[in-house]
Design a protein around this ligand. Structure first.
Ligand SMILES: [Zn+2]
Length: 234
């Protein structure tokens, strides 16, 4: 049990986590019954509240549900919900009414609302998702086989074509694939989720190489398991 003199610990969230939450929420309170535009709070210098689903410390609301989470895991976007100050107060004052599962569902609904608003389709089945993603992967594969870096096969014209095609085809297709997969995450298996994270990292590094000239060694290779993503039943 917490002792009265114990200070309430606030976990410092990294900037990328905050950025991701603003993007995920589309700038609206993630409580589906509220959805207030958080821009007004930013303008009035009342920044929106990033609530921990499982609290940073073991004496906060809902802490008994998260005993297995490490401190680092508690500071990841999966454990954060972006709320207006009113909803944050309401949620933390009545943890029994708003258990972790309910807050995770709010996050999912908020991401879904954002996806629909921006024209990303939500698929009913893995096969319908696959039918949209497969041609994008196929186009990337064709470019890679024709122009991609390969041993013994890398002259200047091939390298020039490769650079051009990365910008024209591979990066736009990959961003589209990642957008579709993020919005339809519920159709992925946990193993596929991990593969998608790896793919996202690979694409980010490819983009950094081609747009910022960042050639830091040790980058992630294309995970070949991506070629069969959403194939078959879950
Ligand atoms: Zn709210």
């Amino acid at each position: 049990m917490a002792t009265p003199q114990k200070k309430k610990k606030r976990l410092k969230l990294e900037q990328w986590v905050k950025d991701q939450m603003w993007s995920e929420s589309g700038g609206h309170c993630q409580n589906p019954d509220c959805r207030v535009d958080l821009l007004s709070f930013v303008k009035r210098k009342h920044i929106a509240e990033l609530a921990h689903i499982i609290p940073a410390s073991d004496d906060g609301p809902r802490s008994e549900d998260g005993t297995t989470l490490t401190e680092a895991e508690r500071a990841l976007p999966e454990n954060i919900v972006l709320l207006c100050p009113t909803c944050h107060t309401v949620v933390d004052k009545a943890p029994d009414e708003y258990p972790p599962d309910a807050l995770h569902e709010w996050k999912r609904m908020s991401e879904e609302a954002r996806a629909i608003a921006h024209g990303t389709p939500l698929f009913q089945s893995r096969s319908s998702a696959r039918s949209v993603i497969e041609p994008l992967l196929g186009a990337n594969k064709a470019v890679f086989e024709e122009y991609g870096p390969a041993d013994n096969l890398f002259d200047d014209s091939r390298a020039d074509q490769w650079r051009k095609q990365v910008q024209a085809t591979i990066l736009p297709n990959s961003r589209e694939i990642l957008r579709l997969l993020a919005a339809n995450r519920n159709l992925l298996t946990p193993e596929e989720n991990a593969i998608v994270h790896k793919f996202a990292l690979h694409i980010q590094q490819l983009e950094d190489r081609h747009t910022k000239g960042d050639w830091t060694p040790g980058s992630v290779r294309f995970p070949t398991e991506m070629t069969s993503i959403m194939e078959g039943d879950k």
